[in-house]
Design a protein around this ligand. Structure first.
Ligand code: PMP
Length: 465
């Protein structure tokens, strides 16, 4: 056994050296990473990933919020193989289409909220949001209102890494690289009660944050605004679940205004919040809905923009040709993988399971972690949650110095203890596969508790508490 482990370690060292020599990772400080060495994941099955040293780790992030049906499903591999044999590639640009695109579009129209009967395909969430910018502007121009080009988005939102996606996003660190945001994007406050709610109750703060939209509309002028975009729950921003008053107040503000509502469902789509779409969980009546991730559970890259009848009536009419498209949009093999993924979600009733079974079960255990002396708030909707780490419970206004340090310490303990969680500022976030079993949920919660204990001891040792 010892000999085998040594051999595996040599393998890891070899992987790391070769990776460091040629591979620039996403969202990584490569100098620091190469000094430490990457974790090498070689295999995954169900809720578990396996590294090159033979460690088994519970995938509490479902990859990057995407592997909704769990890893390694043979049915998807088979569907991919069948489609590869029939038609491995063709596009839908020039008067052509193909069966997987037709079937997937039909399925999405059936599963999405009733106003959505059309879809425009892309390869990723970022491309979906770039498409949104162009589609919103094209829509208003087609109606003779080309001045309605401003898109209102929110601070600390995440909408992707392309020029458009990162501009819609409200991440200051992203804007600081590459001269973003592009013109015509305006950011307002986020409904982050724990971090920014001051002395207001969550309900008061929800209304307050929504009214930032009304103020922005008054300042910029409705005649200049094309759309408001928001994630139903902010994911990468730290699983920020808006107060119950937020979305109803947004609806009131937009009700009689000529402004499109875009619900970025790249994370919240396909069961994550206990409904097919987060829009249903929060009562959001969107006009456009970017989707990706859970659409194929990440087995192959595919995304789309769901287009409501209100918008498609213009696009498939006075809009004429929309000069926009991607080589890999509606890729037949990715579409076949997505179709099979949706079949699994439906047949295994994973959405109901999140709403009625594993969702409430994990939420109860997660909320109990809120009793820990390090945790200022434990929140979770469906199967996406966060633990806010604070130095001086119950105060939520006092933060740790050097934001992110304690979060990173906790994240590293979590990995070491066998659970992938992600750190955002000084919080830990979670988004496991929707197939998580009760037994796996128990293991997850036990590791999270150990991780909090380890972090608490370390934070005390460092004199941060
Ligand atoms: N929108 C949201 C809400 C996201 O969370 C993400 C990715 N985390 C994106 C868009 C971008 O998707 P992609 O990484 O597939 O480009």
């Amino acid at each position: 056994m010892a000999a085998k482990l040594t051999k595996l370690s040599n393998l890891t060292a070899d992987y790391r050296a070769r990776d460091a020599a040629h591979h620039i990772h996403a969202f990584s400080d490569m100098k620091a990473l190469n000094a430490e060495g990457s974790r090498v994941i070689v295999r995954a099955e169900g809720s578990w990933i396996y590294d090159s040293d033979g460690n088994r780790i519970l995938d509490g992030m479902a990859g990057l919020w995407c592997v909704n049906i769990g890893h390694g499903r043979k049915e998807i591999a088979d569907a991919i193989q069948r489609q590869m044999a029939d038609l491995s590639y063709y596009n839908t640009f020039f008067k052509t289409t193909h069966p997987p695109a037709i079937a997937l579009s039909e399925t999405l129209a059936r599963l999405a909220p009733p106003q959505f009967n059309h879809v425009f395909y892309v390869g990723s969430g970022s491309e979906a949001n770039d498409t949104v910018i162009r589609m919103v502007r094209h829509y208003w121009a087609s109606l003779g209102k080309p001045g309605k080009s401003v898109i209102i988005a929110r601070n600390n939102a995440y909408h992707g890494s392309t020029m458009g996606g990162a501009s819609l996003g409200g991440m200051k660190s992203m804007h600081s690289q590459g001269g973003l945001p592009i013109p015509g994007i305006h950011h307002i406050a986020q409904p982050y009660w724990f971090g920014e709610g001051g002395d207001a109750t969550p309900e008061e703060f929800g209304v307050q944050a929504a009214r930032e939209l009304e103020k922005a509309i008054e300042a910029i002028g409705e005649e200049n605004i094309g759309a408001f975009i928001a994630e139903p729950i902010q994911g990468a921003g730290g699983v920020i679940i808006p107060p119950s008053t937020y979305w109803p107040e947004i609806a009131r503000i937009l009700k009689d205004r000529e402004i499109l509502l875009v619900a970025d469902e790249v994370i919240t789509g396909f069961g994550r919040t206990g409904n097919w779409f987060g829009s249903e969980t929060f009562g959001i009546a969107a006009d456009l809905m970017p989707i990706a991730k859970g659409l194929s559970s990440g087995y192959l890259p595919i995304g789309g923009v769901m287009v409501s009848d209100k918008v498609s009536d213009v696009l498939i009419g006075p809009g004429g040709e929309f000069h926009h498209g991607f080589t890999y949009g509606a890729h037949p093999v990715a579409a076949a993988a997505a179709l099979e993924n949706l079949r699994i979600i439906e047949d295994e009733k994973l959405v109901d399971r999140v709403r009625d079974d594993i969702g409430p079960y994990l939420q109860a255990g997660w909320k109990a972690l809120g009793e820990h002396p390090l945790v200022g708030e434990a929140r979770m909707t469906g199967l996406m949650g966060a633990l806010e780490l604070v130095p001086n419970k119950p105060s939520r206004q006092q933060k740790f110095p050097d934001t992110g340090k304690v979060g990173t310490i906790a994240r590293d303990f979590s990995f070491k203890n066998g659970l992938v969680m992600r750190a955002v500022r000084d919080s830990l976030i979670l988004s496991p596969p929707l197939t998580l079993s009760h037994d796996e949920a128990d293991q997850l919660l036990a590791i999270a508790k150990t991780t909090l204990d380890d972090t608490y001891a370390e934070v005390k040792r460092l004199g941060l508490i």
